[in-house]
Design a binder for this molecule. Structure first.
Ligand code: CP3
Length: 321
């Protein structure tokens, strides 16, 4: 999940000077921001500071981050001509700045903690491209799926190719794990997931077998999608807090790791609640190998820094009994 961000004073200070896109586009600033949480807390891994939406820019989509609103797309992809116009270009041309930031961070933290690279999954990226920004109901996205399945397929294929080559390039640039964020896939039921999402995810994880690094497959609201996500691929499945971790792991089945799943809002709760909820999650694991402790979704801007520090301590000091 997000490690960097507005809950950190040192991040907010940089954001006074630079826009979000400026920070993503500069390998120096992106490397610096990646290291901020790593310096502040005893984290066990670092995630590169970038955004899932950046590959859309290289495809010809106009991306902005609007203060207090979130991502906005100037030319939403809703018709055949718009899908046809999308370009699939090599990441060395369009996303070289992310690859350079990965190399810089890797050389800083090499041998200490591993570096995580990431990309958005095709469905989640398609939803931003089609809706033109964040959405609650995903009606335009589902509209294209149901009314123009061939057009939706063309869009998903272009995204799949872009994402696959980007993740391979990230592994080559020094990412030691890659995570795929299918953040909004939980808006679909299992039948639609199987028809409209799983084939593309399967293709990406097939390609990732050549990356030489493990992969994490994450989504939110996925309680009933977990077995299908597992079939699609990923060495680890990331889950949000809406499903108890032991239930989620049973649904995923043996042989796959699990990542999660503290509700990020609990970091804003009193210390006692934080300790209790974290203990409950770790208790469900009962020392079984294959669990990566994490938040169930992105950290909230109002999170107290001291709560993050105490969460890291609670997890590190936990003794399974
Ligand atoms: O910790 C890190 O530095 C990792 C970098 C990271 C960012 N975005 C930076 C970012 C990661 C892994 C992401 C993933 C991402 N981006 C997702 C998937 C994970 C998830 O949360 O579901 C999604 C859906 C996005 C799209 C996105 N980017 C949205 C909706 C927003 C606005 C939300 C908000 O909080 O205002 C962003 C902006 C963004 N990307 C921020 C950060 C740190 C907020 C920073 C800021 O406003 O200064």
């Amino acid at each position: 999940m997000r490690q960097a961000g507005r809950y950190l004073a040192e991040y907010r200070k940089l954001r006074e000077k630079y826009s979000l896109l400026d920070m993503f586009h500069s390998p120096e600033l992106a490397a610096k921001v990646t290291l901020q949480p790593v310096t502040a807390f005893e984290l066990d891994a670092a995630i590169i500071f970038a955004d899932i939406l950046l590959p859309l820019e290289g495809m010809g989509i106009k991306l902005e981050f609007v203060e207090k609103e979130g991502p906005r797309i100037g030319n939403p992809v809703r018709a055949a001509a718009a899908v046809a116009a999308l370009k699939v270009r090599p990441p060395s041309e369009t996303l070289a700045y992310v690859l350079e930031a990965l190399r810089a961070v890797r050389s800083e933290i090499d041998g200490k903690i591993p570096l995580i690279g990431f990309a958005g999954a095709p469905f989640t990226l398609a939803s931003y491209a089609i809706e033109g920004g964040s959405s609650r109901s995903f009606l335009r996205t589902k509209g294209m799926m149901y009314e123009s399945p061939e057009l939706f397929d063309q869009l998903m294929k272009k995204l799949t190719d872009t994402i696959s080559s980007f993740l391979l390039a990230q592994a080559a640039a020094g990412a030691q794990v890659v995570q795929l964020f299918d953040s909004w896939v939980g808006c679909l039921g299992p039948a639609d997931y199987r028809d409209y999402v799983q084939p593309y995810m399967r293709a990406i994880f097939q390609t990732l077998k050549h990356a030489g690094v493990p992969s994490i497959h994450f989504g939110t609201g996925t309680a009933d999608l977990l077995p299908l996500m597992r079939q699609a691929g990923g060495d680890v499945i990331g889950v949000d807090w809406r499903t108890p971790l032991d239930t989620a792991w049973e649904r995923i089945g043996p042989g796959t790791g699990i990542q999660g799943n503290l509700d990020p809002a609990v970091l804003i709760a009193p210390q006692k609640v934080l300790a209790q909820r974290t203990g409950e999650i770790l208790g469900k694991i009962q020392g079984r190998p294959g669990h990566i402790f994490n938040l169930g979704h992105g950290i909230l801007p109002s999170t107290p820094v001291d709560s993050v520090r105490s969460l890291v301590d609670i997890v590190h000091n936990y003794q399974a009994n």
